[in-house]
Design a protein. Structure first.
Length: 488
């Protein structure tokens, strides 16, 4: 069976195949573009079939009759990565890896499919309502992970006493959330995570923030483009204590007040009141969360308060690291995840056009929620989508054309073997070589330009009789005859 019918066969075996994209845009970074760029009008309904599984013969016959083609778009909110987008993704990930290496973090990885139990939390977080969860064929409840922190905690628990603390790990992995799609928010995204276990002091957070700043600087982003808002959950904890609100309501209160600015104040009030928080406390909480200066916070909570002393320490460390101009205190940063216990932070674009670029904080009590002994921990997650939107807006996307060193082109079919030997020997020396055949010389020149080749190696009969090839340097346009054993 030839490759083409078998591919068609596969496509046809899928029921309800409705759309074909007419857009053949070759624009780079298509996958990183927000999904609403694909307007419904760019889709042509070919047919709506709910055909059951077809036999090979039926499929071939259907193809012959011009039957419907599968929807060629990936599921809503997910992306393909054609070469241009893949280059961009790899470039971004290399920067993630490089910064992690510079900070002496080790790379780890986890399955994208995790046990659902790891992600069941009762604080009413949005993330738990967005789970891609299902039962596998063995009847186990599983999820496509929406974040990586619980997997990290699972591995730390699993490794037990064999891990030496402090432990500094990073990972880059795909996460799934059934999100309402907005610019930079999708149903699948990659997250770079850096986490530290075993450091209880704010040195941990200070290191993490340096990593984030180093990453921005490597990408050409400066502190006038992006800032990092910092606060501490201990601020809210202190306010709850002032109003004698029981500790067991802390997490739920955090999750509710994180919605400030996203839903109305009345709705927040309503949710807090229904938890049993008094109206005086609600007003007190909202008032404190509006504070934007550390000295004001100190006035309200007193200098003895842990939230205040830790934040002051972090801001003083930021001066020493040299990134103080990137960070600002903003008591409204609470973060929507239940497990944070201390300092929390989020990077934002100063023009205010995009959602949070990254976010993290301290989570000293996550392990005990999984039945293990707690270890102080902090970390952050940095997605691949918002940052690309920002780079696009700022004109900072890198030029990442496909590049090869050499094109080897036999001018005569009888020289196929010779061309293979030459390509193979150059590749063994580490050069990237595109071996081209069955094309006209004019096409080869155009192709060389398109892929930015630096040399064109023409394998012709007369040169070959002299044990040589013609080498054209494509940047200088010079051409030489080079002996095969001198070709490097
Ligand atoms: P998070 O704030 O939910 O935190 O996500 C971290 C980052 O992941 C966001 O700031 C954003 O860059 C990216 N992100 C999240 N959801 C989406 C989405 N639907 N589409 C595109 N990007 C998205 C966490 O996940 C924590 N587990 C981070 C952490 C690690 N805290 C401690 N260690």
């Amino acid at each position: 069976m030839s490759a083409v019918p078998s591919l068609r066969h596969l496509l046809l075996l899928r029921p309800r195949l409705r759309f074909i994209a007419l857009s053949t845009s070759s624009s780079p970074f298509l996958s990183y573009a927000p999904s609403h760029h694909f307007s419904p009008s760019s889709l042509r309904v070919l047919s709506s079939s709910s055909s059951p599984t077809l036999t090979q013969e039926e499929a071939d016959e259907a193809v012959g009759k011009g039957s419907s083609l599968i929807d060629v778009n990936p599921p809503r909110g997910t992306r393909d990565f054609p070469p241009d987008d893949m280059r961009l993704r790899n470039w971004l990930f290399q920067n993630f890896r490089e910064v992690s290496r510079i900070l002496s973090f080790e790379e780890v990885d986890f399955p994208v499919l995790e046990s659902e139990a790891l992600f069941i939390r009762k604080a009413g977080e949005e993330i738990t309502q967005q789970l891609y969860n299902f039962e596998d064929k063995g009847g186990r409840r599983v999820v496509l992970r929406p974040e990586i922190t619980p997997s990290l905690a699972r591995l730390v628990i699993k490794q037990g006493k064999s891990v030496s603390l402090p432990l500094k790990w990073f990972t880059i992995g795909q996460c799934w959330r059934y999100e309402r799609m907005t610019r930079g928010r999708r149903r699948e995204h990659y997250q770079w995570n850096m986490d530290i276990f075993g450091v209880s002091k704010v040195r941990g957070e200070a290191e993490l923030i340096q990593a984030i700043v180093l990453l921005f600087e490597r990408l050409g982003i400066n502190s006038s483009d992006v800032g990092i808002r910092v606060s501490s959950r201990k601020v809210l904890q202190a306010v709850l204590q002032m109003y004698a609100i029981p500790d067991n309501l802390f997490t739920q209160v955090c999750v509710i007040v994180d919605k400030l600015g996203k839903i109305t104040r009345e709705e927040i009030e309503k949710e807090l009141l229904s938890l049993g928080v008094s109206i005086q406390a609600v007003n007190g909480i909202i008032e404190v969360l509006s504070l934007k200066s550390l000295s004001k916070l100190e006035e309200v909570l007193g200098s003895e308060e842990e939230a205040v002393s830790e934040l002051k320490k972090l801001f003083s460390l930021a001066e020493s690291y040299g990134y103080a101009d990137w960070i600002c205190f903003d008591a409204s940063v609470v973060r929507g995840l239940a497990y944070y216990t201390g300092i929390v932070f989020e990077a934002f674009d100063r023009e205010g056009k995009l959602r949070a670029i990254c976010g993290g904080g301290r989570y000293d009590r996550l392990l005990s929620t999984f039945g293990s002994e707690d270890i102080p921990a902090c970390g952050f997650g940095f997605g691949d989508a918002v940052i690309v939107e920002l780079l696009k807006d700022k004109g900072l996307l890198p030029d990442l054309a496909h590049r090869v060193d050499d094109i080897v082109f036999p001018l005569d079919e009888v020289l196929d073997g010779t061309a293979s030997r030459i390509a193979s020997s150059l590749r063994k020396k580490g050069r990237s070589v595109d071996l081209v055949e069955d094309k006209r010389l004019k096409w080869v020149f155009k192709h060389a330009e398109r892929i930015g080749a630096s040399r064109l190696i023409l394998v012709g009969n007369s040169e070959w009789e002299r044990g040589a090839v013609r080498v054209k340097n494509l940047s200088t346009r010079e051409e030489f005859e080079v002996k095969i054993d001198e070709l490097v």
